[in-house]
Design a protein around this ligand. Structure first.
Ligand code: DC
Length: 224
């Protein structure tokens, strides 16, 4: 009752996280990055020396770990994994873990609990409007051109300097490699059996390819 949920779904690099945070700030709500929870499970599986495609193992890890994703920090069983969950090994493993129905079932329970305790929130992911909160007050489905998403990811991580100095990779090469990784994850995330990324009934599609960040925030605030 009176639980206010704003659901934001979309593919990697569509700008969900920054948007969700800005909307949450405007509304005085907290924001939950559910992708960080799937990443935390992948991190814990790798850390335990497990194989991310071993479904029983990953499910057991999901049920037993302590994950805390508040305040921009990700703690996995008390270990600060904020940086590592965005690293290349977790990037490679996370789609496998997120395709596991038992892992999903466990995390969905935790996500609903997180929102219930706070009386609401801005929740971002892939299945928020379809599965986790089908009755959310506002549902947003973000899309953006894949090349633009790759560029934003590289700009955000700041990994290779745009000048191409150091590391031997030019900016364009970095964008290309990120674009390949995004395309691979999009394919897995939208074709998997368990809760694929789909537009939820009632979701409003916002294409951010040609929008500035502020324009995107304004569009969502109008829906609210
Ligand atoms: O948004 P992200 O890139 O941090 O998400 C990491 C992975 O988790 C990605 O492969 C999609 C998956 N994911 C999911 O399946 N369901 C969610 N609600 C959130 C993320």
């Amino acid at each position: 009752m009176g639980v206010r949920v704003i659901a934001i779904d979309g593919p990697a690099g569509s700008g969900k996280s920054t948007l969700a945070q800005a909307v949450a700030d405007r509304l005085g709500l907290e924001c939950l990055d559910t992708g960080a929870m799937y990443r935390a499970v992948a991190f814990a599986v790798l850390r335990a020396g497990g194989d991310p495609s071993d479904d029983d193992f990953a499910a057991a890890v999901a049920r037993t770990i302590d994950v805390n994703v508040d305040a921009g920090q990700v703690l996995v069983d008390g270990v600060d994994a904020t940086v590592e969950i965005r690293g290349p090994s977790v990037d490679r493993a996370v789609s496998l873990v997120a395709a596991n129905p038992e892992v999903r079932a466990e995390l969905v329970v935790r996500q609903r609990e997180w929102v219930r305790r706070r009386g609401g929130g801005v929740v971002e992911g892939r299945d928020i409007g379809t599965v986790v909160f089908p009755d959310a007050e506002v549902k947003v489905h973000l899309v953006a051109d894949p090349a633009v998403r790759a560029q934003r990811r590289v700009d955000q991580s700041g990994t290779p300097p745009p000048e191409g100095a150091g590391g031997g990779r030019t900016y364009d090469e970095a964008v290309e490699s990120v674009a390949e990784d995004i395309a691979r994850r999009d394919r897995i995330d939208s074709t998997r059996q368990a809760s694929p990324l789909l537009k939820a009934p009632g979701a409003v599609v916002i294409d951010t390819t040609e929008l500035t960040f502020d324009e995107t925030v304004e569009q969502v605030m109008r829906l609210v």
